[in-house]
Design a binder for this molecule. Structure first.
Ligand code: FAD
Length: 433
């Protein structure tokens, strides 16, 4: 008789790996399917790894995971065409024994994670695309079909950890097609430089790292952000905006990245580097309201496929690993109680999600995507105003300070009017609550 797995996991990104590892470690018979040549070959991320989420899956990951630099300094930049106004937070306490955030290179990281999944006992098949979910006559999911041949692969439950496109779930009618206003398109390059140059340029020693998150006129009135992260011998630099905005403005993503790289605040940081990689990828940024149905008879959704990204804090892989772990733990819990993976029983997964930071954060920021969509001037007008104010304030030109204050307030009023300013503040406060 054909082998029936306890669980099949579709995808070997952070969510699929966390789910497969959790279940295999608990002794379940797990099959993981990945369409890429190897795990990570198709995956793109900035990339910052948030240690806490991985630690809860693999506590000793620091022993052999391919980590680049631990982050000791965070810069948040508001940019206009010629300047940036920044908030920098640098602390020696980030040089702790078990650092909290690292830069990583996803292709290497995913490969490492997948090796740990195999060592935990799961069967991992690469170069295998899941084409369809298999259902029984009552509509329960009982396995998958792949491009490897006509034989179905059977399991008690399928974890859909297939990433942002979610085509398998979509084809099975479990979710809707992606909406252009729910998804961002990001482009990214890797710029190689000698290690000493990276360290000198960012004032670093050893494995210390710096990350820059940037917003402002660099996205030309579209909703989006840019980033620059230091790796050991390279710098990851990228920018992303909502797909609907790109379509409306007819701006090419690579043109936006070129302009960002040539910004006077960024260009000197990349000078003399060799570009070795250019990639583009989607990010689900529709927030809480874009989350699809998360479970049903014989299936669960985790990670980007479930739209779990906190765009405000640039968190995605940690939500992927946490949802993957919680999906895995729910299945292990049901198996131990000898209960079926029915819709009613798998609802335990959503309960666990609600109790975790994942749903709490998704809910907290549920108003942000709508706010940014309807108030695109926020990322354009305010960075200009802040820069203008800083210019006025810092330039010593014989103008007295009271007059300068008046000029700054005048430019604010002129740009938005008092009503506009108060309205913007109220809208932001409401969405942020
Ligand atoms: P994925 O990583 O997309 O993995 C899905 C896997 O499923 C892939 O390996 C894919 O090949 C496979 N697959 C898909 N369909 C099939 C199929 N039919 N059959 C078999 N296999 C299939 N997050 C952070 O935490 N920090 C960051 O700094 C950060 N920066 C980012 C920068 C960029 C430019 C982008 C695009 C994203 C960034 N994110 C970041 C988000 C983060 O990358 C994602 O949230 C995370 O990768 C989601 O993990 P996942 O496992 O759900 O999906």
């Amino acid at each position: 008789e054909q082998e029936r797995f306890d669980a099949i996991v579709v995808g070997a990104g952070p969510s699929g790996n966390a789910a497969a590892y959790t279940m295999a470690k608990a002794g379940l018979n797990v099959l993981q399917l990945e369409r890429g040549e190897y795990p990570g070959s198709k995956n793109v991320q900035g990339a910052i790894l948030y240690a806490d989420a991985l630690e809860k899956v693999i506590p000793d990951f620091r022993e052999d995971a391919p980590l680049e630099r631990h982050i000791i300094e965070q810069r948040i930049w508001m940019m206009d065409d010629a300047s940036h106004t920044g908030m920098h937070y640098r602390s020696d306490t980030f040089n702790e024994e078990k650092p909290n955030r690292y830069t990583i290179i996803r292709a290497q990281f995913d490969r490492w994670f997948s090796r740990r999944v195999r060592e935990a006992g799961a069967t991992v098949l690469c170069e295998t695309t899941v084409t369809e979910l298999l259902k029984d006559t009552q509509g329960r999911v009982i396995g998958v079909l792949t491009d490897r041949g006509p034989e179905p692969l059977l399991a008690d439950v399928v974890v859909l950890a297939e990433g942002v496109n979610g085509l398998v779930g979509q084809r099975a009618g479990l979710r809707r097609e992606l909406q252009p206003d729910h998804v961002a398109l990001a482009v990214k390059e890797m710029h190689f430089l000698p290690q000493e140059v990276v360290e000198q340029r960012f004032n670093l020693k050893g494995d210390e790292g710096v990350v820059i998150e940037a917003m402002g006129t660099i996205t030309r009135g579209m909703t989006g952000t840019a980033f620059l992260y230091t790796n050991r011998e390279s710098i990851s630099v990228g920018i992303g905006c909502m797909v609907g905005d790109f379509a409306e403005k007819r701006i090419k993503p690579y043109a936006l990245l070129d302009a960002f790289k040539n910004h006077p605040s960024i260009r000197p940081l990349l000078e003399g580097s060799e570009i070795r990689e250019y990639v583009a990828h989607l990010i689900p940024e529709g927030g809480y309201n874009a989350i699809p149905e998360l479970c049903g008879d014989g299936w669960l959704v985790a990670g980007d496929a479930g739209h779990f990204v906190n765009a405000v804090h640039r968190e995605g892989s940690n939500l992927a690993m946490t949802t993957g772990r919680l999906a895995g733990e729910t299945i292990v819990w049901l198996k131990r109680r000898r209960e079926a993976c029915s819709r009613a029983n798998l609802a335990e997964y959503t309960k666990r999600l609600e109790a975790s930071f994942v749903m709490k954060d998704m809910k907290k920021y549920r108003g942000i995507p709508g706010l940014l969509h309807n108030s695109r001037h926020l990322l354009d007008v305010y960075p200009r105003l802040v820069s203008q104010a800083a210019q006025t304030w810092f330039r010593v030109d014989g103008t007295d300070k009271k007059t300068k204050e008046g000029q700054i307030l005048g430019s604010l009023r002129q740009a938005r009017g008092w009503r506009g300013l108060v309205g913007d503040a109220v809208k932001v406060a409401r969405a942020w609550r």
